[in-house]
Design a protein around this ligand. Structure first.
Ligand code: BMA
Length: 308
């Protein structure tokens, strides 16, 4: 199928997928769902790698241009073997999201333990040493993203608890990144839409002149299984539980073979984006739970899709 068919707001990079199993310097099953950060002009993407044992861990890839990446020779974060973290991560660690704040890089990720999914918090200053800080949710919660600045003096995050069987995005606040509360509903699925079954935060929120831009994922169930798409919503700057605008069509839908075919087909799933100085947004996403891709748009186009 031709690239960039014009049906999606995000433009696929012509070199997609930019990272596949062939790029991993050790034996594993797949690589997908990476979170990017730019450090002194270098692009780093913290990736979810699924090993051949069947559980996931994290590995780092580096790039000068944001498109052509080289993997580090070894994984950087494995499920912890020491208690008390061992039982919380015994089935793997998944879907990291990086936020830079106070000179540190915070990683919210999904810890998969015997009681299900929980959100965990770790940090790194140098992408060499990674420190686990705390488990920051109970079971049944995932897709945690940390806001890059405090709101009204408090740290803030979006997450995705499942209540009454419905996955919605909530916001909560913390004085210290460890203790979280004041939880409030932010946005949920929309009946009949591409995000009618469940939604979850994808990229850490991006500050714009209109408010917080959140690039999220939405799921529609079909008789052939779920379809994961990428969308955007604008949240109020001072009270991000308030939705100011939300895109009607998705920003990106699975269309290319590498998005349709893989371990889990029909999935595009972002875990972060880089906003360049000229306003170009590079959205990094996992395709079919089998590779890493990148797609771009100008921030004004994405913002307009929320506010139209
Ligand atoms: C979600 C997460 C993602 C995954 C997606 C599609 O629930 O587990 O890691 O990419 O499903 O399988």
């Amino acid at each position: 199928m031709a690239e960039n068919t014009g049906r999606d707001l995000l433009h696929r990079h012509e070199g997609n997928p930019i990272l596949t199993l062939a790029d991993i310097p050790y034996r594993c099953n797949t690589v997908f769902n990476g979170t990017p950060v730019k450090v002194n002009g270098e692009y780093l993407v913290l990736l979810r790698v699924e090993g051949q044992q069947g559980y996931s861990f994290f590995s780092l890839a580096r790039s000068k241009d944001g498109y052509s990446f080289k993997m580090d020779p070894e994984p950087c974060m494995l499920p912890e073997r020491e208690e008390p973290w061992r039982v919380w991560e015994e089935n793997g660690i998944e879907d990291p999201r990086l936020t830079e704040m106070d000179g540190k890089y915070y990683i919210l990720y999904t810890a998969v333990g015997r009681y299900g999914h929980r959100i965990a918090l770790a940090s790194t200053e140098d992408f060499v040493i990674y420190r686990r800080i705390a488990m920051i949710s109970g079971p049944g919660n995932k897709d945690g993203v940390l806001f890059p600045e405090k709101i009204d003096g408090m740290y803030a995050r979006l997450d995705r608890p499942i209540g009454n069987g419905v996955g919605c995005v909530w916001i909560s606040y913390s004085p210290d990144l460890v203790n979280w509360g004041r939880s409030e509903f932010a946005f949920g699925p929309r009946a009949r839409y591409w995000d009618s079954n469940r939604v979850g935060a994808s990229a850490p929120p991006i500050m714009t002149e209109h408010g917080w831009l959140e690039i999220y994922h939405g799921v529609k169930m079909t008789s052939a299984g779920p379809i994961y798409r990428i969308g955007a919503v604008m949240l109020d700057r001072d009270n991000p539980a308030k939705v100011i605008g939300r895109c009607l069509p998705p920003l990106l839908s699975p269309r290319e073979d590498y998005e349709r075919i893989g371990d889990i087909g029909n999935v595009v799933f972002a875990c972060g984006a880089i906003v360049e100085d000229d306003g170009q947004v590079k959205v990094y996403y996992g395709a079919a739970d089998t590779s890493i891709c990148v797609a771009t748009a100008h921030i004004d186009e994405i913002t307009a899709s929320c506010l139209q």
